[in-house]
Design a binder for this molecule. Sequence first.
Ligand code: SF4
Ligand code: SF4
Length: 398
Amino acid sequence: MNEPRSNPLALIAELTHRCPLHCVYCSNPLELEARTTELSTEEWSRVFQEAAALGVLQADFTGGEPLTRPDILDLIRAARAARLYVNLITSGLPLDESRLEALVQAGLDHFQLSFQGAREEVANEISGTRAHAQKLRVLEWLKRHRIAVTLNFVMHRRNIEQLPEMLSLAESSSASRVEFANVQYYGWAFANRDALLPTREQLTHSIDFLKKAQERLAGKIKVEYIVPDYYARFPKPCMGGWARKLMLITPSGEALPCHAAKVIPGLAFENVKNRHLSEIWEVSDAFERFRGESWMQEPCKTCDRRALDFGGCRCQAFLLAADATATDPVCSLAPQRPKVDAILLTINSRVAQASASALTTTISGDATEPRRTDSSAGASVAAPTESKPAWRYRPNPS
Ligand code: SF4
Ligand code: SF4
């Protein structure tokens, strides 16, 4: 049964795919859009007006790096003029304190700063750029400005043992919310998945650690934890359900139901240059294709949880099962779940073997000691001992 059409609540505005960082887990598509194709200030301003008329309450400015847009102040003013709440999702560069002041003066409501870790070496390795020190400076500047702040730490096997240090960083900042979000495997993260997936042991320790942190910091900082889908029993309600709450506009103006939707073959995406946002939301092929339940196969079709998770992620179903209408293979009830279990088994076995062989070498006195976390801080899991992977870095489009 299909429910009546709802309005989108948030507009994810990918202002550009340009970015000074090259994160190995970037959720942008492998085919990045060029600067020359980006919507103009006027086109975005019209989109914000149309979004507000459609019932959208919030604009999430993201990218790429939205701060690379020279007209970022005009875009904030335009979204505010449309009465949207404006959230900037940023790596914190290029930025200095006077530009931060200008963003706040332009009406920015919320600043979400992303971190690649708590330690400079791994953070810079993951971003392929020396960006960590700048993020620490931004954190200090934010204390002097009246603006809501969220910190976002992207977690994976190479940095998950830094959790206590990340939490300390958040506690010393002006953030009222901190999100520890494990990488989800789309875009560049899918290409680098085998080097990013945490081990089961790491994940268990991180969950224990963050449960205690949530209790200790209740009422002070909201601590959120997003586990990797691959370890979950049931999928998350991806995007709150296909075309139910969110719409994403790419830098060139294509309207998508989610970040990764372009991986699904045969979907036709409309462009905001050619059609009003409300028509795109209501009748376009890409938004209609997986709306409601009529597209579902068994076991989703008759499952009691289908109104909770909407059958999981369509893009993940395509990436793992080569069928966008399949039950999300991360679901424990999915016929394709053995594929996910095989991936996890391979990763966990490989890391265990690497750690065992490093330990043997250490005992024989022929290597440095395997890295370990500070157990007194509460996340007493050994960091896997692996050599630096051959990362596939996200490039910067022209
Ligand atoms: S490269 Fe990194 S900072 Fe830039 S958009 Fe991708 S994830 Fe964000
Ligand atoms: S079978 Fe489908 S609806 Fe049921 S839990 Fe799994 S993904 Fe969700």
